[in-house]
Write a protein that binds this ligand. Structure first.
Ligand SMILES: Cc1ncc(COP(=O)(O)O)c(C=O)c1O
Length: 406
């Protein structure tokens, strides 16, 4: 196997990738389904304030990088949360509330309007949801809990910025900081939930726990379904960032189910210091990456793959890549200050990494070749967040999100 390793980028082609012509059903035990994606879309599209986020064409950048086109899905405008994460945690909280109401009032399938009207206020208020987060997932769970009326306790690890912790607290959650890295905080949340009888709403699956994270992933599929509706033909390549892989697996499954043999080549990108999929792909089985997982891409600082995501990505990914932080920071600035006619876009450190990888092909023809990029390539990038930490955003880009889009 050839592994490219230069200038802050590493990449290899996944030897286990299924062929384009292989069907999604060839993935043994894949937990994500059209039915689950349909249900999430049906539910979330009725939430107040829902609207599909924009897909922008970056014409200048495509010409500069020598590809046919670059489309950028901009999640900076997703509900009040500025990231696709709003679709997952909050949806899982809503599903829990629905199930709890159905237990207390047999035969009742509460709608979002029922819950928001306060009709089941007491039943909802009796629930406490909790999770560990590196920022965005906890914000979504807290937002869902506040919107629908239940209690919420969120655990953050040491390197989560104060800005991100404050943003979670602003949605009414109790925020507790714990020692260790993200994976330690996941274990801590689980222990606390057992002690207090709370429900963990995690975005990662683990032994004996998958129903709720599968709801989270079906919620993320709403974003991918929007892309399918926004693109008349499938792109040839999609670059997707991975932390625990729930987002990437939801995108992979949605595109596979929608586009079948026409689905894009799937390129998975992670920070150099938190590359659990890259390492797992090499080993052919899940491998944990230990340590502080230090990266500016806060949402991707995860050392362990979600097993349900791994089951799908193991066969659905065509190439694994890792990237130095610098590329993501460069991409943030480039998106904020584009050359005409490209629009100015607000993207956080984790949101801009797909473009960061694309920028790396300018310096590495080997990478370009390995990823199969050429003048005919139609590339999709998922801008998964906006300025989820405004202070960090301003320190990188030199201007605030408001100034960038003014
Ligand atoms: C903005 C953003 N993008 C991408 C991801 C990666 O998602 P996942 O952990 O499901 O791989 C995260 C995770 O928190 C995130 O916050």
């Amino acid at each position: 196997m050839t592994i490219i390793d230069a200038l802050g980028v590493s990449a290899y082609a996944n030897p286990e990738a299924l062929l384009a012509s292989d069907r999604y059903s060839a993935i043994p035990g894949a937990a994500l389904s059209d039915h689950g994606f349909d249900a999430a879309l049906q539910e979330i599209s009725h939430w107040p304030g829902y609207q599909p986020t924009p897909l922008y064409r970056l014409t200048h950048l495509a010409a500069r990088l020598g590809v046919h086109s670059i489309d950028y899905k901009d999640e900076s405008q997703r509900f009040a949360l500025k990231s696709f994460k709003a679709l997952g945690g909050a949806y899982a909280v809503f599903r829990l509330i629905q199930k709890s109401i159905a237990l207390q009032f047999p035969g009742v399938q509460a709608t979002v309007a029922d819950v928001l009207s306060g009709r089941f206020k007491r039943a909802v208020a009796a629930l406490t949801v909790t999770c560990a987060t590196d920022g965005n997932h906890g914000r979504s769970v807290a937002w869902g809990a506040q919107t629908f009326g239940c209690r919420c306790v969120i655990y953050v690890h040491q390197t989560v910025s104060q800005g991100r912790a404050d943003a979670i607290a602003a949605f009414g959650a109790e925020v507790v900081r714990v020692p260790g890295n993200y994976d330690d905080s996941v274990r801590h949340a689980d222990q606390q939930a057992q002690v207090h009888g709370w429900t963990v709403v995690s975005d990662t699956t683990y032994e004996g726990y998958r129903e709720i994270p599968v709801d989270v992933m079906h919620g993320y599929g709403v974003m991918a379904r929007e892309v399918v509706n926004q693109m008349p033909t499938a792109p040839t390549h999609v670059i997707v960032q991975a932390g625990v892989g729930a987002f990437a697996a939801a995108v992979c499954a949605t595109f596979w189910l929608a586009w079948g043999g026409q689905r894009p080549r799937f390129i998975l990108v992670e920070p150099q210091n938190a590359a659990c999929f890259f390492e797992s792909g090499l080993a052919g089985q899940p491998v944990a990456v230990a340590g502080e997982l230090d990266t500016v891409m806060a949402g991707l600082a995860c050392g362990e793959v979600s097993p349900v995501a791994w089951d799908i990505l193991r066969f659905g990914v065509q190439a694994y890549a890792t990237l130095a932080d610098d590329f993501a920071l460069q991409a943030m600035s480039l998106l904020a200050k584009p050359s005409a006619p490209d629009p100015a876009i607000v993207a956080g450190e984790t949101g801009s990494v797909g473009l960061g990888l694309l920028l790396a092909i300018e310096k590495s023809p080997e990478l370009k070749q390995l990823l199969g990029l050429n003048a005919h390539s139609r590339v999709l990038i998922l801008g998964s967040e906006g300025d989820t930490d405004p202070a960090i955003y301003q320190s990188v880009v030199g201007r605030s999100a408001e100034q960038v889009t003014a």
